[in-house]
Design a protein around this ligand. Sequence first.
Ligand code: PRT
Ligand code: MG
Length: 216
Amino acid sequence: MSDFISIALSKGRIFDETAPLLARAGLTPHEDPDTRKLVIDTNRKDVRLIIVRASDTPTYVQHGAAQLGIAGHDVLHEHGGAGLYQPLDLRIAACRMIVAVRKGFDYSGAIRRGARLRVATKYVRTAREHFAKKAVHVDLIKLYGSMELAPVVGLADAIVDLVSSGSTLKANDLVVVEEVMPVSARLIVNQAALKTRRHLLQPMIEAFAEASVSTS
Ligand code: PRT
Ligand code: MG
């Protein structure tokens, strides 16, 4: 078992943007993730991909069910990073984590008045840290998706969410009022496995490093 590597990643934009890196690192998946197969063999007998929910990637790697993974900085910050090395920013799946409100909502005025804001987000831990640093009082409302809806229907005054093109915010009459952090995907490594399978993992990490330099 110790001469085997599983790489955890999510389908959709992470898989799509990782595929060219895998190719440059000499890895060809035997299947498309859209086939619904959750374990995908590759051209290398000792390497397989496992397809997980984006927010579950750090969990699989932390517990050693996968030795490597690819996850957004948003997800990693929320997870906390226990048991993980994060040796490489792959600079893929880039976006920004932001605070947004309905157009016309007086965010800075509300903060100046010391009002308590209702903030809806999937990123409760990150949002709590962000507002604590700014000494803004918030009631956090945990959501699992479609945060953009919350201010529109009066569930929240603000959201903490990701934005890339900005078209989802625009379509829902929301505007960005603050930056939380820039986000891109990182390579993550199980700390214990890096010791026991260094002979396999170190060359893979280096291959990803070279692959990500040559695509950027
Ligand atoms: O979709 P699912 O619930 O399974 O999980 P997920 O949303 O976490 O996964 P996925 O595949 O959508 O995102 C995986 C990772 O991609 C995230 O963890 C981020 O690191 C990264 N990423 C990059 C993004 C975006 N860009 C992005 N734009 N993740 C989500 N979005 C969302 C954004 O929140 C908005 O609602 O896409 C929507 C459209 O964005 P605009 O600004 O282009 O309209
Ligand atoms: Mg999504």
